[in-house]
Design a protein around this ligand. Structure first.
Ligand SMILES: [Zn+2]
Length: 205
């Protein structure tokens, strides 16, 4: 309720207790920035199917957003004079390793650029067709429909969802050295060589 009431007045120079529903176009035009924290437990779409997330600091998503008017991409006019939002999302969700079934903390530290368009029709104006250069295409901002009541937290959650691997795995599972009893003792006193670890991974697959 209160979010909707605040929506009319953009607060691009807001503090940590920022409104999370903002006028996205005003934010870009004025080059404003906002930041905040939200518990992972409130990101219900992102944590669906994940184990219980930690409370307190460990379970916080930290985000920041900065508005800018695009100056254009070298070699094309793609983002010139386009309202942009730079979004940064940091979180440490607990995931379940799909190899050993143990929970582990996954670090999300993700930056993205959103290009605000006025309607869904404009999402389809795929200007990336104008260039064949994959480097340029990769550097293009992601288009989203902006609005005067733009839900920043929904964007934060989308970014979080994109950052969480579909099949999460430890880099090296903690139990990987403990397959046969003696190996466990050995690994406690000496680090396995990277080659041994690779060999182990190959055998697992
Ligand atoms: Zn694992």
């Amino acid at each position: 309720m209160s979010d909707n009431q605040r929506a009319g007045a953009a607060k691009p120079h807001g503090s940590v207790s920022a409104a999370t529903v903002v006028d996205a176009f005003a934010l870009a035009r004025q080059g404003g920035s906002l930041q905040g924290e939200v518990p992972l437990s409130r990101m219900t779409r992102a944590i669906e199917g994940l184990p219980e997330q930690p409370q307190g600091d460990a379970g916080l998503v930290r985000w920041s957003v900065r508005g800018e008017m695009g100056k254009g991409v070298v070699g094309s006019s793609i983002a010139a004079d386009q309202p942009l939002l730079h979004l940064h999302v940091e979180a440490h969700p607990v995931l379940i390793c799909q190899r050993c079934n143990d929970p582990f903390v996954f670090d999300v530290d993700s930056s993205t650029v959103l290009q605000l368009v006025k309607s869904e029709d404009e999402l389809d104006d795929d200007l990336s067709m104008d260039t064949q250069d994959p480097d340029v295409v990769d550097s293009l901002p992601e288009k989203v429909v902006g609005s005067h009541r733009f839900d920043l937290l929904a964007q934060v959650e989308d970014e979080l969802i994109l950052s969480i691997p579909f099949v999460p795995k430890h880099l090296v599972c903690p139990g990987a050295q403990a397959e046969d009893g003696d190996a466990q003792q050995a690994s406690a006193t000496q680090r396995p060589s990277p080659f041994a670890v690779l060999e182990q991974l190959k055998r697992k697959d």
